[in-house]
Design a protein around this ligand. Structure first.
Ligand code: FPP
Length: 249
């Protein structure tokens, strides 16, 4: 039988002033517009976007963020022109190759959420290699969402719950939010405290829909390639002043 885990403490503590977030997620948007404003090809924006990933993940560690989750490629991004998809995969390949030593040196654990196994076999191997090499790291966690879609994640979890019930290893009467969460890709991560989207767009685009139930949302106008440690620190200050109530008063 799958037993019910102890209820996780609500992020942010007792529902007062938010303080410092443990888990921050970012929808990195605006690479294309950054490039367009400079009359550059879209790939130039994505390339600069990877620079921002490097800078911001370092800054997040310095600012004491325990988990940073980045939306790098959604399950809907396959609809982009094949050349752009291929460029994005090339950048991911280079990122994994170039960053692995720093992640290991800095004690960062890399986690991937999403159906990354649908990527090309060499990328799957690279992802699994970095995840394996950093598995026992005790510093911060960097989560990259690859071929991720929240509705698909929730459906896959529901399917596994149904299978567990059918096989007699889960009593449907004991299914609650805490048990359901153990079936999600994010099962081993702390609750999401803050979701940031760059570039002025104000939607969640199928990212961490379950996990964002009580997260604070912050939409900033900065295009992702221009986002840096200072913008992140400003976002944390803004979060720190929010009053989190989790449905209470
Ligand atoms: C959105 O900008 C950005 C993406 C779809 C991809 C984000 C990818 C990166 C930052 C680079 C790869 C990441 C890693 C971790 C190696 P957009 O192209 O939709 O911008 P637009 O809305 O201005 O066109």
């Amino acid at each position: 039988m799958i037993s019910r885990p102890a209820p996780a403490p609500l992020a942010g503590g007792d529902g007062g002033i938010a303080g410092a977030p443990r888990h921050v997620a970012i929808i990195m948007d605006g690479n294309g517009r950054w490039a367009k404003a400079r009359r550059l090809p879209r790939i130039a924006g994505h390339r600069q976007g990877v620079e921002a990933v490097r800078k911001v993940s370092r800054a997040a560690r310095e600012l004491g963020i325990e988990v940073l989750t980045l939306y790098a490629f959604s399950s809907e991004n396959w609809r982009r022109p094949p050349a752009e998809v291929s460029d994005l995969m090339g950048l991911l390949r280079r990122f994994l190759r170039n960053e692995v030593e720093e992640l290991v040196r800095e004690g960062v654990r890399l986690r991937v959420i999403g159906d990354y196994r649908a990527l090309s076999p060499d990328l799957v191997e690279m992802v699994e290699d970095v995840v394996e090499r950093t598995r026992d790291a005790e510093g911060a966690t960097l989560v990259i969402a690859l071929n991720y879609g929240s509705q698909r994640e929730i459906l896959a979890a529901a399917r596994r719950v149904a299978e567990a019930a059918r096989d007699g290893v889960l009593n449907p009467d004991t299914l609650d939010e805490a048990v359901f969460e153990t079936f999600l890709d994010t099962h081993d991560l702390p609750p999401l405290d803050l979701m940031i989207r760059t570039s002025g767009e104000q939607r969640l685009s199928n990212f961490l829909l379950w996990q964002a139930a009580y997260a604070e949302l912050l939409f900033v106008d900065t295009l992702w390639p221009d986002f840096d440690g200072a913008t992140l620190a400003a976002a944390l200050s803004s979060y720190g002043m929010r009053h989190r109530r989790f449905g209470g008063l």
